[in-house]
Design a protein around this ligand. Structure first.
Ligand SMILES: [Zn+2]
Length: 425
Protein backbone atom coordinates (compact mmCIF):
# COMPACT_ATOMS: atom_id res chain seq x y z
CA UNK A 1 0.00 0.00 0.00
CA UNK A 2 2.85 2.40 0.84
CA UNK A 3 4.08 1.89 -2.72
CA UNK A 4 0.68 2.90 -4.05
CA UNK A 5 0.60 6.06 -1.92
CA UNK A 6 4.08 7.00 -3.12
CA UNK A 7 2.84 6.67 -6.68
CA UNK A 8 -0.08 9.03 -5.94
CA UNK A 9 2.23 11.52 -4.22
CA UNK A 10 4.51 11.50 -7.26
CA UNK A 11 1.52 12.44 -9.39
CA UNK A 12 1.20 15.71 -7.47
CA UNK A 13 4.56 16.73 -8.94
CA UNK A 14 3.79 15.35 -12.38
CA UNK A 15 0.36 16.94 -12.54
CA UNK A 16 1.09 20.20 -10.72
CA UNK A 17 -0.33 22.20 -13.62
CA UNK A 18 -3.74 20.69 -12.92
CA UNK A 19 -3.42 21.74 -9.28
CA UNK A 20 -2.45 25.26 -10.32
CA UNK A 21 -5.38 25.41 -12.73
CA UNK A 22 -7.74 24.28 -9.97
CA UNK A 23 -6.50 27.06 -7.69
CA UNK A 24 -6.79 29.59 -10.51
CA UNK A 25 -10.36 28.50 -11.11
CA UNK A 26 -11.23 29.03 -7.45
CA UNK A 27 -9.60 32.49 -7.46
CA UNK A 28 -11.50 33.48 -10.61
CA UNK A 29 -14.78 33.09 -8.74
CA UNK A 30 -15.05 36.55 -7.19
CA UNK A 31 -15.95 35.90 -3.58
CA UNK A 32 -14.79 38.92 -1.54
CA UNK A 33 -16.44 39.56 1.81
CA UNK A 34 -17.44 42.29 2.22
CA UNK A 35 -19.61 42.69 0.24
CA UNK A 36 -20.26 38.88 0.50
CA UNK A 37 -23.44 37.21 -0.87
CA UNK A 38 -21.43 36.14 -3.94
CA UNK A 39 -20.26 32.58 -3.33
CA UNK A 40 -23.07 30.52 -4.86
CA UNK A 41 -21.24 29.78 -8.15
CA UNK A 42 -17.97 28.90 -6.44
CA UNK A 43 -19.78 26.68 -3.96
CA UNK A 44 -21.68 24.95 -6.78
CA UNK A 45 -18.32 24.26 -8.46
CA UNK A 46 -17.00 22.64 -5.28
CA UNK A 47 -20.22 20.69 -4.71
CA UNK A 48 -20.10 19.32 -8.28
CA UNK A 49 -16.39 18.54 -7.94
CA UNK A 50 -17.00 16.51 -4.78
CA UNK A 51 -20.11 14.80 -6.12
CA UNK A 52 -18.10 13.49 -9.08
CA UNK A 53 -15.71 11.93 -6.57
CA UNK A 54 -18.47 10.02 -4.82
CA UNK A 55 -19.34 12.49 -2.04
CA UNK A 56 -22.93 13.09 -0.98
CA UNK A 57 -23.62 16.81 -0.95
CA UNK A 58 -25.39 18.97 1.58
CA UNK A 59 -25.63 22.55 0.30
CA UNK A 60 -27.76 25.16 2.05
CA UNK A 61 -28.06 28.93 2.14
CA UNK A 62 -26.58 30.49 5.26
CA UNK A 63 -27.44 33.83 3.62
CA UNK A 64 -28.97 34.41 0.22
CA UNK A 65 -26.34 33.62 -2.43
CA UNK A 66 -23.93 32.43 0.29
CA UNK A 67 -24.45 28.70 0.73
CA UNK A 68 -22.34 26.33 2.79
CA UNK A 69 -21.25 23.08 1.15
CA UNK A 70 -20.57 19.90 3.10
CA UNK A 71 -19.50 16.83 1.16
CA UNK A 72 -19.46 13.48 2.93
CA UNK A 73 -17.54 10.49 1.59
CA UNK A 74 -18.88 7.66 3.68
CA UNK A 75 -16.15 5.29 4.87
CA UNK A 76 -16.33 1.60 4.01
CA UNK A 77 -15.99 0.67 7.69
CA UNK A 78 -17.08 3.95 9.26
CA UNK A 79 -17.93 2.35 12.59
CA UNK A 80 -14.42 1.13 13.23
CA UNK A 81 -12.21 3.72 11.55
CA UNK A 82 -11.47 7.36 12.32
CA UNK A 83 -13.31 10.17 10.58
CA UNK A 84 -11.91 13.49 9.38
CA UNK A 85 -13.31 16.95 8.67
CA UNK A 86 -11.39 19.23 6.31
CA UNK A 87 -12.67 22.77 6.66
CA UNK A 88 -11.98 25.86 4.57
CA UNK A 89 -13.67 29.14 3.77
CA UNK A 90 -14.52 30.11 0.19
CA UNK A 91 -14.81 33.84 0.83
CA UNK A 92 -11.75 36.07 0.49
CA UNK A 93 -10.73 39.44 1.90
CA UNK A 94 -12.20 42.45 0.15
CA UNK A 95 -10.23 44.29 -2.51
CA UNK A 96 -10.29 48.03 -1.91
CA UNK A 97 -10.36 50.25 -4.99
CA UNK A 98 -7.28 52.09 -3.79
CA UNK A 99 -5.16 48.90 -3.72
CA UNK A 100 -2.35 49.00 -6.28
CA UNK A 101 -2.18 45.45 -7.63
CA UNK A 102 0.23 44.49 -10.42
CA UNK A 103 -2.47 42.19 -11.83
CA UNK A 104 -6.24 41.92 -11.70
CA UNK A 105 -6.79 40.26 -8.28
CA UNK A 106 -9.36 37.90 -9.80
CA UNK A 107 -7.36 36.93 -12.90
CA UNK A 108 -4.56 34.99 -11.22
CA UNK A 109 -1.15 34.65 -12.81
CA UNK A 110 1.89 32.48 -12.19
CA UNK A 111 5.16 34.36 -11.88
CA UNK A 112 8.53 33.51 -10.28
CA UNK A 113 7.21 30.38 -8.61
CA UNK A 114 4.14 31.98 -7.02
CA UNK A 115 0.47 32.31 -7.89
CA UNK A 116 -0.76 35.88 -7.48
CA UNK A 117 -4.45 36.55 -6.90
CA UNK A 118 -6.93 37.38 -4.12
CA UNK A 119 -7.38 34.32 -1.95
CA UNK A 120 -4.20 32.51 -3.09
CA UNK A 121 -2.87 32.44 0.50
CA UNK A 122 -6.13 32.97 2.39
CA UNK A 123 -7.28 30.38 1.63
CA UNK A 124 -8.21 29.04 -1.76
CA UNK A 125 -4.76 27.41 -1.90
CA UNK A 126 -5.69 25.28 1.10
CA UNK A 127 -9.00 24.33 -0.47
CA UNK A 128 -7.50 23.62 -3.91
CA UNK A 129 -4.84 21.31 -2.45
CA UNK A 130 -7.40 19.37 -0.41
CA UNK A 131 -9.69 19.02 -3.44
CA UNK A 132 -6.80 17.86 -5.63
CA UNK A 133 -5.77 15.30 -3.00
CA UNK A 134 -9.35 14.01 -2.96
CA UNK A 135 -9.33 13.80 -6.76
CA UNK A 136 -6.10 11.78 -6.83
CA UNK A 137 -7.30 9.37 -4.13
CA UNK A 138 -10.52 8.91 -6.09
CA UNK A 139 -8.76 8.31 -9.40
CA UNK A 140 -6.47 5.75 -7.77
CA UNK A 141 -9.54 3.85 -6.60
CA UNK A 142 -8.66 4.24 -2.91
CA UNK A 143 -11.62 3.42 -0.69
CA UNK A 144 -11.16 5.01 2.72
CA UNK A 145 -12.48 2.98 5.64
CA UNK A 146 -13.23 6.09 7.75
CA UNK A 147 -15.54 9.00 6.83
CA UNK A 148 -14.08 12.01 5.03
CA UNK A 149 -16.05 15.25 5.28
CA UNK A 150 -15.14 18.39 3.36
CA UNK A 151 -16.69 21.66 4.51
CA UNK A 152 -16.49 24.71 2.25
CA UNK A 153 -17.97 27.50 4.29
CA UNK A 154 -18.92 31.14 3.76
CA UNK A 155 -18.46 34.38 5.61
CA UNK A 156 -15.25 33.78 7.57
CA UNK A 157 -13.76 37.13 6.57
CA UNK A 158 -16.72 39.02 8.04
CA UNK A 159 -17.13 36.93 11.17
CA UNK A 160 -20.07 34.98 9.80
CA UNK A 161 -20.20 31.61 11.39
CA UNK A 162 -20.54 29.35 8.36
CA UNK A 163 -18.55 26.78 10.29
CA UNK A 164 -20.77 27.16 13.37
CA UNK A 165 -23.75 26.39 11.09
CA UNK A 166 -22.02 23.15 10.00
CA UNK A 167 -21.50 22.21 13.66
CA UNK A 168 -25.12 23.06 14.50
CA UNK A 169 -26.23 20.84 11.63
CA UNK A 170 -24.57 17.96 13.43
CA UNK A 171 -21.37 17.36 11.46
CA UNK A 172 -18.79 15.76 13.71
CA UNK A 173 -15.60 13.80 13.29
CA UNK A 174 -12.74 12.34 15.28
CA UNK A 175 -10.52 15.18 14.08
CA UNK A 176 -10.74 18.36 12.00
CA UNK A 177 -8.14 20.28 10.03
CA UNK A 178 -8.82 23.88 9.11
CA UNK A 179 -6.69 24.37 6.01
CA UNK A 180 -6.34 28.12 6.51
CA UNK A 181 -3.12 30.14 6.15
CA UNK A 182 -0.50 28.72 8.54
CA UNK A 183 2.69 28.47 6.48
CA UNK A 184 2.49 24.73 7.15
CA UNK A 185 2.68 25.13 10.91
CA UNK A 186 0.26 23.06 13.00
CA UNK A 187 -1.57 25.71 14.97
CA UNK A 188 -4.06 26.61 17.64
CA UNK A 189 -5.25 30.14 18.14
CA UNK A 190 -6.37 32.75 20.61
CA UNK A 191 -9.96 33.90 20.58
CA UNK A 192 -11.65 37.15 19.56
CA UNK A 193 -14.94 38.56 20.67
CA UNK A 194 -16.41 41.95 19.87
CA UNK A 195 -18.86 43.74 22.10
CA UNK A 196 -20.84 46.94 22.53
CA UNK A 197 -20.76 48.80 25.84
CA UNK A 198 -23.55 51.35 26.17
CA UNK A 199 -23.86 54.24 28.62
CA UNK A 200 -27.36 55.70 28.54
CA UNK A 201 -29.20 58.44 30.37
CA UNK A 202 -32.89 57.86 30.80
CA UNK A 203 -33.52 61.54 30.14
CA UNK A 204 -32.39 63.90 27.40
CA UNK A 205 -31.25 67.40 28.33
CA UNK A 206 -30.77 70.56 26.30
CA UNK A 207 -27.23 71.87 26.03
CA UNK A 208 -28.18 74.87 28.18
CA UNK A 209 -28.67 72.62 31.23
CA UNK A 210 -25.02 71.61 31.31
CA UNK A 211 -24.19 74.25 33.97
CA UNK A 212 -26.80 72.73 36.28
CA UNK A 213 -25.44 69.21 36.01
CA UNK A 214 -21.74 70.01 36.46
CA UNK A 215 -21.48 73.04 38.76
CA UNK A 216 -22.15 73.85 42.40
CA UNK A 217 -25.71 74.81 43.07
CA UNK A 218 -26.95 73.35 39.82
CA UNK A 219 -29.04 70.74 41.65
CA UNK A 220 -29.49 68.51 38.59
CA UNK A 221 -28.38 64.89 38.96
CA UNK A 222 -27.46 64.15 35.36
CA UNK A 223 -24.41 63.55 33.19
CA UNK A 224 -23.02 63.43 29.68
CA UNK A 225 -22.91 59.83 28.47
CA UNK A 226 -19.81 60.66 26.44
CA UNK A 227 -17.91 61.93 29.48
CA UNK A 228 -18.96 58.89 31.49
CA UNK A 229 -17.72 56.62 28.72
CA UNK A 230 -14.24 58.06 29.29
CA UNK A 231 -14.29 56.41 32.73
CA UNK A 232 -15.33 53.12 31.16
CA UNK A 233 -12.47 53.35 28.66
CA UNK A 234 -9.99 53.97 31.49
CA UNK A 235 -11.45 50.94 33.27
CA UNK A 236 -10.89 48.82 30.18
CA UNK A 237 -7.29 50.01 29.98
CA UNK A 238 -6.71 49.03 33.62
CA UNK A 239 -8.08 45.56 32.96
CA UNK A 240 -6.06 45.24 29.75
CA UNK A 241 -2.89 46.04 31.64
CA UNK A 242 -3.81 43.67 34.46
CA UNK A 243 -4.30 40.89 31.92
CA UNK A 244 -0.97 41.70 30.25
CA UNK A 245 0.78 41.47 33.62
CA UNK A 246 -0.96 38.41 34.99
CA UNK A 247 -1.70 36.21 31.97
CA UNK A 248 0.53 34.64 29.35
CA UNK A 249 0.48 31.82 26.84
CA UNK A 250 3.38 30.09 25.17
CA UNK A 251 3.85 31.33 21.63
CA UNK A 252 2.25 34.74 22.17
CA UNK A 253 4.14 37.92 22.96
CA UNK A 254 3.17 39.21 26.43
CA UNK A 255 0.20 41.55 26.23
CA UNK A 256 -1.34 39.98 23.14
CA UNK A 257 -4.58 39.80 25.16
CA UNK A 258 -5.86 43.28 24.29
CA UNK A 259 -9.08 45.26 24.61
CA UNK A 260 -9.30 47.65 21.68
CA UNK A 261 -11.80 50.54 21.89
CA UNK A 262 -12.36 50.34 18.15
CA UNK A 263 -15.41 52.50 17.41
CA UNK A 264 -17.30 55.06 19.43
CA UNK A 265 -20.73 56.48 18.69
CA UNK A 266 -22.69 58.88 20.85
CA UNK A 267 -24.59 62.09 21.32
CA UNK A 268 -27.41 63.26 19.15
CA UNK A 269 -26.70 66.89 18.27
CA UNK A 270 -24.63 69.85 19.44
CA UNK A 271 -27.75 71.37 21.01
CA UNK A 272 -28.04 68.49 23.53
CA UNK A 273 -26.06 66.89 26.28
CA UNK A 274 -25.09 63.41 25.05
CA UNK A 275 -27.72 61.03 26.39
CA UNK A 276 -26.18 57.86 24.96
CA UNK A 277 -22.73 56.62 24.07
CA UNK A 278 -21.81 53.27 22.59
CA UNK A 279 -18.32 51.79 22.46
CA UNK A 280 -17.47 48.90 20.14
CA UNK A 281 -14.59 46.88 21.55
CA UNK A 282 -12.52 44.03 20.16
CA UNK A 283 -11.12 41.65 22.75
CA UNK A 284 -8.31 39.17 22.11
CA UNK A 285 -7.80 36.36 24.61
CA UNK A 286 -5.63 33.28 24.96
CA UNK A 287 -6.27 29.73 23.71
CA UNK A 288 -6.89 28.41 27.24
CA UNK A 289 -9.64 30.97 27.91
CA UNK A 290 -13.27 31.01 26.82
CA UNK A 291 -15.28 33.97 25.64
CA UNK A 292 -17.79 33.35 28.44
CA UNK A 293 -14.99 33.75 31.01
CA UNK A 294 -13.65 36.88 29.27
CA UNK A 295 -17.10 38.49 29.14
CA UNK A 296 -17.53 37.88 32.86
CA UNK A 297 -14.14 39.41 33.69
CA UNK A 298 -14.89 42.54 31.67
CA UNK A 299 -18.42 43.01 32.97
CA UNK A 300 -17.38 42.43 36.60
CA UNK A 301 -14.61 45.00 36.35
CA UNK A 302 -16.56 47.64 34.42
CA UNK A 303 -19.56 47.33 36.74
CA UNK A 304 -17.16 47.84 39.68
CA UNK A 305 -15.82 50.94 37.95
CA UNK A 306 -19.39 52.10 37.49
CA UNK A 307 -20.18 51.54 41.18
CA UNK A 308 -17.44 54.00 42.12
CA UNK A 309 -19.08 56.75 40.06
CA UNK A 310 -22.11 58.46 41.58
CA UNK A 311 -24.04 58.72 38.32
CA UNK A 312 -22.93 55.43 36.68
CA UNK A 313 -23.89 53.65 39.89
CA UNK A 314 -27.49 54.65 39.20
CA UNK A 315 -27.15 54.29 35.43
CA UNK A 316 -24.90 51.26 34.94
CA UNK A 317 -23.53 50.46 31.48
CA UNK A 318 -25.05 47.60 29.49
CA UNK A 319 -23.27 45.05 27.32
CA UNK A 320 -24.01 43.21 24.08
CA UNK A 321 -21.43 40.58 23.17
CA UNK A 322 -20.55 38.86 19.91
CA UNK A 323 -22.85 38.68 16.93
CA UNK A 324 -23.40 36.58 13.86
CA UNK A 325 -21.91 38.90 11.28
CA UNK A 326 -19.78 42.03 11.08
CA UNK A 327 -21.89 43.24 8.17
CA UNK A 328 -25.37 42.33 9.47
CA UNK A 329 -25.31 42.91 13.22
CA UNK A 330 -21.82 44.36 13.75
CA UNK A 331 -20.45 41.64 15.94
CA UNK A 332 -18.41 38.46 15.80
CA UNK A 333 -16.93 35.66 17.85
CA UNK A 334 -13.93 33.52 16.98
CA UNK A 335 -13.58 31.01 19.82
CA UNK A 336 -10.06 30.12 20.85
CA UNK A 337 -8.48 26.77 20.03
CA UNK A 338 -5.88 24.73 21.87
CA UNK A 339 -3.96 22.06 20.02
CA UNK A 340 -2.97 18.94 21.91
CA UNK A 341 0.39 18.00 20.42
CA UNK A 342 0.02 14.52 21.96
CA UNK A 343 -3.26 13.81 20.16
CA UNK A 344 -2.82 10.90 17.77
CA UNK A 345 -4.12 12.91 14.80
CA UNK A 346 -1.70 15.76 15.47
CA UNK A 347 1.15 13.25 15.66
CA UNK A 348 -0.11 11.68 12.46
CA UNK A 349 -0.25 15.05 10.70
CA UNK A 350 3.25 15.91 11.98
CA UNK A 351 4.49 12.57 10.66
CA UNK A 352 3.04 13.25 7.21
CA UNK A 353 4.65 16.70 7.30
CA UNK A 354 8.02 15.18 8.18
CA UNK A 355 7.75 12.52 5.48
CA UNK A 356 7.11 15.12 2.78
CA UNK A 357 9.32 18.01 3.93
CA UNK A 358 12.04 16.10 5.83
CA UNK A 359 11.66 18.73 8.57
CA UNK A 360 9.94 18.50 11.94
CA UNK A 361 6.53 20.13 11.92
CA UNK A 362 6.27 23.23 14.09
CA UNK A 363 3.32 23.13 16.50
CA UNK A 364 2.52 26.66 17.69
CA UNK A 365 -0.22 29.28 17.72
CA UNK A 366 -1.61 31.44 14.96
CA UNK A 367 -1.31 35.19 15.54
CA UNK A 368 -4.70 35.52 13.84
CA UNK A 369 -8.04 33.71 14.11
CA UNK A 370 -9.77 31.14 11.93
CA UNK A 371 -12.90 29.01 12.04
CA UNK A 372 -10.96 26.36 14.00
CA UNK A 373 -12.38 27.64 17.28
CA UNK A 374 -15.95 26.70 16.32
CA UNK A 375 -14.95 23.10 15.60
CA UNK A 376 -13.02 22.95 18.87
CA UNK A 377 -15.98 24.39 20.74
CA UNK A 378 -18.16 21.66 19.20
CA UNK A 379 -15.93 19.12 20.92
CA UNK A 380 -13.94 18.12 17.84
CA UNK A 381 -10.13 17.98 18.32
CA UNK A 382 -8.91 20.43 15.69
CA UNK A 383 -5.76 21.99 14.28
CA UNK A 384 -5.04 24.66 11.69
CA UNK A 385 -2.68 23.51 8.92
CA UNK A 386 -2.54 25.18 5.53
CA UNK A 387 -0.28 26.76 2.93
CA UNK A 388 0.45 30.46 2.59
CA UNK A 389 1.95 33.16 4.75
CA UNK A 390 -0.09 35.60 6.81
CA UNK A 391 1.89 38.57 5.48
CA UNK A 392 0.32 37.79 2.08
CA UNK A 393 -3.21 37.25 3.36
CA UNK A 394 -5.45 40.27 2.77
CA UNK A 395 -2.47 41.98 1.10
CA UNK A 396 -1.91 43.67 -2.24
CA UNK A 397 -0.51 41.09 -4.71
CA UNK A 398 -1.63 38.25 -2.42
CA UNK A 399 0.37 35.19 -3.41
CA UNK A 400 1.21 31.59 -2.68
CA UNK A 401 4.41 29.66 -3.35
CA UNK A 402 3.73 26.81 -5.75
CA UNK A 403 6.37 24.64 -4.06
CA UNK A 404 4.57 25.07 -0.76
CA UNK A 405 1.20 24.36 -2.34
CA UNK A 406 2.64 21.08 -3.67
CA UNK A 407 4.16 20.17 -0.30
CA UNK A 408 0.88 20.93 1.46
CA UNK A 409 -1.13 18.87 -1.04
CA UNK A 410 1.16 15.88 -0.44
CA UNK A 411 0.92 16.23 3.33
CA UNK A 412 -2.85 16.57 3.37
CA UNK A 413 -3.24 13.61 0.99
CA UNK A 414 -1.04 11.43 3.16
CA UNK A 415 -2.83 12.58 6.30
CA UNK A 416 -6.29 11.88 4.85
CA UNK A 417 -5.12 8.44 3.85
CA UNK A 418 -3.43 7.58 7.16
CA UNK A 419 -6.01 9.05 9.54
CA UNK A 420 -8.99 7.51 7.76
CA UNK A 421 -7.11 4.18 7.91
CA UNK A 422 -6.63 4.49 11.69
CA UNK A 423 -8.76 2.21 13.82
CA UNK A 424 -10.82 3.66 16.61
CA UNK A 425 -9.58 2.50 20.02
ZN1 LIG B 1 -8.67 32.73 6.20
Amino acid sequence: MQHKIQHILDQIDERKNELIELLKTLIEYKTPAPPARNTADAQKFIADFLEEKGFSIDMWDVYHNDPNVVGVLKGKQAETYKSLIINGHIDVAEVDESEQWDVDPFIPIVKNGVIIGRGAADMKGGLAGALFAIQLLHEAGIELPGDLILQSVIGEEVGEAGTLECCKRGYKADFAVVVDTSDLHIQGQGGVITGWITVKSNQTYHDATRRQMIHAGGDLFAASAIEKMVKIIHGLQELERHWAITKSYKGFLPGTNTINPAVIEGGRHAAFVADECRLWVTVHYYPNESHEQIIKEIEDHILSVAKADLWLKENPPTFIWGGKSMIVDRGEIFPSLEVDSEHSAVKNLAKAHYTVLHKEAIVDVSPTVTDGGWLGEAGIPTAIYGPGRLEHAHAVNEQLSIDQLIEYTKVILMFIYDWCHTKRE
